[in-house]
Design a protein around this ligand. Structure first.
Ligand SMILES: Nc1nc2c(ncn2[C@@H]2O[C@H](COP(=O)(O)OP(=O)(O)OP(=O)(O)O)[C@@H](O)[C@H]2O)c(=O)[nH]1
Ligand SMILES: [Mg+2]
Length: 249
């Protein structure tokens, strides 16, 4: 009798990486990605970064296979819209699974195989790289920032009814089916709130969400773009997401 493993068709995997001014990190990231998941395609979604990240990607793409660039106009810049367009493009490229991750090396490519395993085994539709389950690790933050991020996590879990320990993680894998079910092309958040919008839709669409541990490391190069005030504004938006019209209707 043939084993399940033999029958399992490998999923075409696309790692989708939104970038804005990540020239200092992109070469190293692409190298690590090809090492950790040599079979995967990498799709960099760049919003015409002034530091020329996309030119670096073009150069790298000429040298190696499996590296693709989606270049967006800076006038529509945004982590959320870039991610949305990246997901749509990945589906068009025939992805069976899509991993999303940051370019700043906070998300380490070596964890991608464990994100993909539950999808390939048909055990989950969405796999979150979690900092807050056994085996996971967050960066060291000052105490006040720990409180803020803990509060934000519990608030999001409560308001959006999310059952995971790390609802704000942006290191995740999705099956093709999950992205289709959540109507990924109709996502609205332009900014990093997209992480919550997507997860909320996954719950609304009754997707099976699972967590696997990851170790998160703080960015060492390039510029940080997200502030505390923005985070606080997200709390109000989360409430609206829950109480507003059904996004999947
Ligand atoms: N395409 C695109 N990517 C973006 C934009 N803003 C941020 N990103 C990318 O989204 C990812 C997450 O952004 P980060 O700046 O690392 O956000 P963060 O991890 O919350 O904060 P820091 O690591 O402290 O800067 C990175 O790969 C960024 O380059 C944007 O407007 N457009
Ligand atoms: Mg970061």
């Amino acid at each position: 009798m043939e084993s399940d493993t033999f029958l399992m068709k490998p999923l075409k995997t696309i790692v989708m990486v939104p970038t804005y001014n990540e020239r200092a990190n992109i070469t190293e990231l692409v190298k690590l990605l090809h090492k950790s998941v040599p079979q995967a395609h990498v799709l960099v979604v760049d919003d015409s970064s002034p530091d020329g990240t996309f030119q670096e990607v073009r150069k790298l793409a000429k040298k190696g296979k499996n590296l693709h660039l989606l270049l967006r106009d800076r006038s529509v810049k945004g982590r959320g819209w870039a991610g949305r367009d990246g997901f749509v493009k990945a589906l068009r490229m025939g992805a069976g699974a899509v991993v999303e991750m940051d370019a700043d090396l906070s998300h380490q490519p070596r964890f991608i195989p464990s994100l993909l395993a539950p999808l390939a085994a048909g055990k989950a539709d969405v796999v979150i790289g979690s900092r807050y389950i056994p085996g996971g690790k967050d960066m060291d933050r000052p105490l006040h920032r720990q409180w803020t991020s803990n509060f934000a996590r519990y608030y999001l879990k409560f308001v959006l009814g999310l059952k995971v320990k790390d609802p704000t993680s942006g290191f995740r894998a999705f099956s093709r089916r999950a992205l289709e079910k959540i109507k990924v092309g109709t996502l609205t958040a332009r900014d990093p709130f997209t992480v919550s919008e997507i997860l909320y839709r996954c719950y609304r669409a009754h997707m099976r969400v699972m967590e696997v541990p990851i170790e998160f490391i703080d960015r060492t190069r390039g510029e940080s773009k997200l502030g505390l005030t923005t985070l606080l504004k997200y709390l109000g938006r989360a409430l609206w997401l829950r109480l507003g019209p059904n996004p999947l209707a």
